[in-house]
Design a protein around this ligand. Structure first.
Ligand code: SF4
Length: 497
């Protein structure tokens, strides 16, 4: 175990892509020999320790650089259960030291050209620019503010390269007219329903089309997952295109796991050109959840916060990540996942704030089974002053049987099912009316959720039980306001421009 980091062991350091000159190699070896044992440093070459309470975030098996994923718990990392979630530890220490505001800064993805090389020479060059006189006078002033400002003037340019320039500010969308039906309805104050449709496992789209046609009159939008649980299925873009053809409004789910920075930018341009107007950015479930042989599990190119940052800038500033101009910028309503019951609500609220700051306009939460406990999360969000900046759709899963409930409770990261519900499902199993009980529980949850301030809808994830959704929507009194969707989504897109 390294000196300053609570992780269980070292992870292998990144190696440089190209052979470095001798001086750089020598410096990198010294840096690694010191920072490895002290901080668990993996030599990413893009050091963030200043922002992360001196714990190296690259110990996270997903390589997340902007906070915990939705599967984080106080006890362990869900990817590697033998170690703690390093981001939980970073948040814990930062809150303890009163440094949590630093966690709001949007940190850049790695510049892989720098991986495996030293970061000290960049720091030394920046310190040279600030000047020895200024550094010494700040250090000798005895004023903590002066010291931290001087340190920031050295370290910020190192961790925030020209092509990123992340900050801790809120960036509102640079447009006012809604770009999608979902956005229009939310802005009009409608309590909306979105439903998830599982993409098919083959190229046969009969069931997919049937589900879209069946659900279309009952919901404002349909989500298509991006190979959830790391199990390959038909792509979300293809399903979204089919939904548009059928006159339904899609929410394209897009994951960092499946998209490098190049793939992400090209895919959203393509999706926008096809008429997809709602995009939900997710880091994605770890490969560890999928069937073997597992793909690379130790790093995602961009985390969900970085994805939102890149996508918002493409839309609002008309710029690719590399700074090139986009002549006709894409249009979309940007969403993100929120995980009220992962780790600690205070920590999650900070992460949600960061997502809103970078560009999330709506949240679709992980599945919620405890509507009362949700208040605590909403309070934390309110304290962070973001309730009026984001539309929140609470995740609902109707439980089909006790076995599914037990599986979700034990295995799905960030899902917590209260004992009372587990007992009800267990009793229903004995009586042989599990589906009816699962349906009733979903209705009860929606009834409570409808009354909560700051909640703007529900997102029903029926996981293969899509036929129950119309009944839930009808009996919960949540039919879309203007009846069935009158215009096809494509017509709506055209009307909205
Ligand atoms: S739980 Fe998530 S954020 Fe935490 S260390 Fe594991 S992968 Fe990283």
């Amino acid at each position: 175990m390294s000196g300053f980091t609570p992780a269980r062991r070292y992870q292998p350091p990144f190696m440089p892509f190209k052979r470095q000159p001798f001086k750089k190699r020598a410096l990198a070896s010294i840096e690694r020999a010191i920072k490895g044992p002290l901080f668990g440093c993996r030599m990413c070459g893009n050091c963030l320790l200043q922002e992360t309470a001196l714990i190296c975030p690259m110990e996270c098996p997903k390589g997340l650089r902007n906070g915990p994923c939705g599967g984080s718990t106080p006890e362990r990392c869900y990817v590697d259960e033998s170690r703690p979630c390093i981001w939980y530890k970073i948040y814990e220490r930062s809150f303890k030291l009163g440094r949590e505001a630093l966690l709001l800064e949007v940190l850049p993805p790695m510049d892989w050209k720098k991986a495996g090389t030293d970061s000290w020479s960049d720091v030394a060059a920046q310190a040279g620019k600030v000047g020895a006189k200024e550094i010494l006078s700040a250090l000798s002033s005895g004023k903590p503010d002066a010291v931290s400002q001087t340190f920031d003037s050295i370290f910020r340019p190192v961790r925030q390269p020209e092509w990123w320039q992340g900050d801790s500010e809120y960036h509102p969308p640079a447009y006012t007219e809604p770009v999608s039906e979902l956005e229009r309805r939310l802005k009009a104050g409608e309590f909306v329903v979105a439903a998830e449709v599982t993409p098919p496992l083959s190229i046969n789209t009969d069931k997919l089309r049937k589900n879209i046609e069946m659900l279309k009159p009952y919901v404002s939008a349909l989500n298509f997952t991006d190979s959830a649980s790391a199990i390959p299925r038909m792509s979300s873009v293809a399903c979204s295109q089919i939904a548009l053809e059928l006159g339904a409004e899609p929410v394209l789910q897009i994951t960092g796991r499946e998209n490098t920075r190049v793939g992400l930018q090209s895919n959203v341009m393509g999706a926008s050109a096809l008429g997809v107007r709602n995009i939900l950015c997710l880091t994605g479930d770890s490969m560890v959840l999928g069937p073997g042989p597992n793909g690379r599990m130790d790093i995602v190119d961009l985390d969900s916060i970085q994805m939102l940052w890149v996508l918002r800038r493409m839309r609002d500033e008309g710029k690719y990540l590399d700074g090139r101009e986009i002549k006709t910028a894409p249009k979309y309503f940007l969403g993100a996942a929120a995980s009220p019951f992962a780790s600690n609500m205070k920590f999650q609220a900070l992460r949600e704030q960061k997502k809103v700051n970078v560009g999330a306009q709506f949240f679709q939460t992980n599945v919620v089974f405890d509507a009362d406990a949700l208040d605590e999360w909403l309070n934390e969000i309110a304290k962070r002053n973001i309730l009026d900046k984001v539309h929140i759709l609470i995740g609902i899963t109707p439980l089909k049987n006790y076995k599914t409930a037990a599986y979700m409770n034990a295995k799905i990261p960030g899902v917590f099912i209260p004992e009372t519900i587990m007992k009800r499902m267990e009793a229903a199993q004995e009586k042989g009316n599990e589906q009816e009980e699962g349906f009733k529980i979903a209705l009860e949850l929606i009834e409570k959720i409808k009354t909560k301030q700051g909640v703007h809808g529900v997102h029903i994830m029926a996981v293969g039980w899509e036929e129950i959704v119309p009944r839930i929507v009808k009996e919960a009194g949540l039919m879309p306001k203007d009846g069935t969707m009158k215009k096809s989504a494509q017509e709506a897109q055209l009307a909205l421009g």
